[in-house]
Design a protein around this ligand. Structure first.
Ligand code: ADP
Ligand code: MG
Length: 239
């Protein structure tokens, strides 16, 4: 479904080589952890999947769309297939939880009855129907991230991209978020989650792609993942 072919990205201003000859195939329905230290190129890779950054070399193909060749007026075709969540929740403070989610559908001209049905369905998935009329500031950090997830799935995207979605959450809430992403994956949505927290891989195994200095260092399906706990560093390494 997603094919990344020999993709390199160099940022002109700083001459940083953020990605170097990355090739990957991701199938419909997969759950993928994209792991690697800060600065290893995770966000740059994800941004190319939703057309925010163009590769310097290589191709990105999503279904039948050649993403790197899309003109800006064609981007909505791509964005309809993709939902994105970030470390920051990016909710609009002056809109209620319901309005924050409905907004996504309103701008694409979906009729009002269907909007209500879809928004309530998305809120049910994330367990926040009771918060529909509250404002973001009346929600905890974990709840705000769940609203952001509901907003990202309300248009039923084929892929949910989550870039460090637990970065601002405590460990317990992070695990709830991880479970929620796996639950969404079970409904058929492909999930690609970037994280520098390797311990997630142990909690809920899935495919693990590890980036190091912009290159794919390993790519293991869940059955082949072997984790080693480095006691001195207190970190997990995937080998
Ligand atoms: P990660 O998400 O794994 O922390 P990033 O993809 O954000 O890594 O960054 C990879 C490298 O590219 C880093 O060295 C970063 O400083 C650089 N980089 C990212 N975005 C830009 C940009 N817009 N301009 C210049 N350099 C960038
Ligand atoms: Mg990042």
């Amino acid at each position: 479904m997603i094919r990344i072919l020999n993709v390199s990205k160099q940022f002109k201003k700083t001459e940083t080589q953020a990605l170097l000859d990355v090739s990957l195939d991701i199938d419909q329905g997969e759950f993928v952890y994209l792991i690697g230290k800060s600065g290893s190129g995770k966000s740059t890779l994800l941004k190319q999947l939703y057309g925010e950054v163009k590769p310097t070399k290589g191709h990105i193909i999503f279904d039948s769309l050649i993403v790197n060749k899309l003109k800006s007026k064609e981007l909505p075709n791509l964005r309809r297939k993709v939902g994105v969540v970030f470390q920051e929740y990016k909710l609009l403070e002056y809109k209620t939880v319901y309005e924050n989610i409905a907004y996504v559908l309103e701008v694409t001209g979906v009729e009002e009855e269907l909007i209500e049905e879809r928004v309530m369905e998305a809120l049910k998935t994330v367990g926040l129907k009771h918060k529909a009329l509250d404002y973001p500031q009346d929600c905890s950090g974990g709840e705000q991230q769940r609203v952001a997830i509901a907003r990202a799935i309300v248009h039923k995207p084929k892929v949910l991209i989550a870039d460090e979605p637990t970065g601002n959450l405590d460990p317990r809430t992070s695990l709830l978020m991880l479970r929620l992403l796996h639950k969404i994956n079970k409904t058929g949505t492909t999930v690609i989650m970037a994280t520098h927290d390797y311990s997630f891989v142990n909690h809920m195994p899935a495919r693990v792609i590890r980036l190091e200095n912009g290159q794919v260092k390993s790519d293991r399906s869940k059955n082949h993942t072997l984790l080693i706990l480095n006691n001195t560093m207190g970190e997990y390494y995937v080998v």
